[in-house]
Design a binder for this molecule. Structure first.
Ligand SMILES: C[S@@+](CC[C@H](N)C(=O)[O-])C[C@H]1O[C@@H](n2cnc3c(N)ncnc32)[C@H](O)[C@@H]1O
Length: 339
């Protein structure tokens, strides 16, 4: 799996019906799937699904779990216990929350998402450019904060069966849109182990991701299937939007990894001017000393110059080869080379 989104039972522990001051009944989550004997049973259940998620998640993947004060702190602790590395907690601030009818607490107006990588060392997918652009339409966008102000799934978005909500906790598609855009790429596999009405599947299909949903209630599976069947996927051109991020490789890494050696000669593209590679990754060219870019710029009268494309080394056969090829070789072997 490349991405897991989990919206597990909350363990709300609502024993009695809840009434508004005018004595109408509140439509609260009292479903059978939300019943646990107590914290111990809930924790054991949480540990099981989180361990299984950890097992099936790719090293580059991440998991998002969403919950309320009833369960999210227990989930967070167990996530760390099974090896996940927490990256952020995100607040979903509900634009239109349900009021607290008894007036004995604050209105419960947010849910908390925990975003975690498989381990502390993992390099994970984060489409930082897309997030900046989704957040602000100025050129280049603006870094997104971890408090998200989004409405509940209401109106046309809310799936109904016989005039009532088909699922009591259907999540807004806007929430899943952000998560899937942030943490997966087209063609990836997104798993939702508590699929409910299939919000994750619907958004994954729209954005050209594959999906797997696990749901124990047949009635919800039917709802989800019908919903997802009606989704039109966006075309390929519309979904391949994130710039490919290339690992930054400093010139010095070629020396450290033995692809070039101090004292070796490099040749400038334009006229074959020779420069000597210094041990610290700088070049010396006559009176000039500086980076591959700085010396190249000086040789072209300070016009913009990318040293990776302008300096050549000679291979064993004496053939001149551009140094960018060495950088590509290093990138291809990232992980096995020093740095
Ligand atoms: C909070 S709801 C998820 C709602 C979903 N995110 C949506 O947008 O519709 C949790 C779902 O998990 C399902 N569920 C609970 N325990 C489960 C289990 N052990 N295995 C699979 N599904 C389970 C419930 O039936 C319920 O539909």
């Amino acid at each position: 799996m490349d991405l897991i989104f989990a919206d597990p039972p909350y363990n709300l522990q609502l024993r009695n019906d809840l009434y508004r001051p005018n004595l109408t009944k509140v439509d609260a989550v009292k479903d059978r799937w939300d019943k646990f004997k107590g914290f111990a049973e809930y924790d054991a259940f949480t540990r099981e699904w989180l361990s299984a998620s950890h097992r099936v998640l790719k090293e580059t993947g991440t998991i998002w779990a969403i919950g309320t004060y009833h369960n999210i702190f227990r989930i967070g602790k167990i996530m760390q216990d099974v090896g996940f590395w927490i990256l952020n907690s995100v607040i979903w601030e509900k634009a239109n929350p349900m009021p607290n009818f008894k007036g004995v607490r604050f209105t419960n107006s947010h849910e908390i998402l925990i975003w975690a990588a498989r381990s502390k060392e993992a390099t994970y997918t984060f489409n930082h450019h897309s997030m900046k652009l989704l957040n602000d339409d100025r050129d280049g966008g603006l870094q997104m904060r971890a408090d998200w102000h989004l409405p509940l799934a209401t109106g046309k978005e809310r799936i109904k069966a016989n005039g009532t909500k088909a699922h009591s906790t259907q999540k807004p598609e806007a929430l899943l849109y952000r998560i899937i855009m942030a943490a997966s790429n087209p063609g990836d596999v997104v798993l939702d182990p508590f699929f409910g009405s299939g919000t994750t599947g619907a958004v994954a299909k729209k954005l050209g991701r594959n999906w797997i949903g696990i749901e124990r209630d047949k009635k919800y599976i039917k709802v989800a299937q019908k919903r997802i069947d009606a989704v039109q996927p966006a075309g390929e051109e519309a979904i391949h939007v994130e710039k490919r991020k290339q690992a930054r490789v400093p010139f010095g890494a070629l020396l450290e990894n033995g692809l070039l050696r101090p004292g070796q000669s490099l040749y400038f593209a334009k006229n074959g001017t020779r420069a000597k590679v210094l041990a610290n990754g700088h070049l010396r060219c006559g009176e000039l000393t500086g980076s591959i870019h700085g010396v190249a710029r000086a040789l072209v009268d300070n016009a913009p110059a990318n040293g990776w494309d302008l300096w050549f080394y000679r291979d064993e056969d004496g053939k001149k080869i551009v140094i960018d090829e060495l950088r590509e070789r290093l990138r291809a072997n990232a992980g096995t080379l020093k740095r």
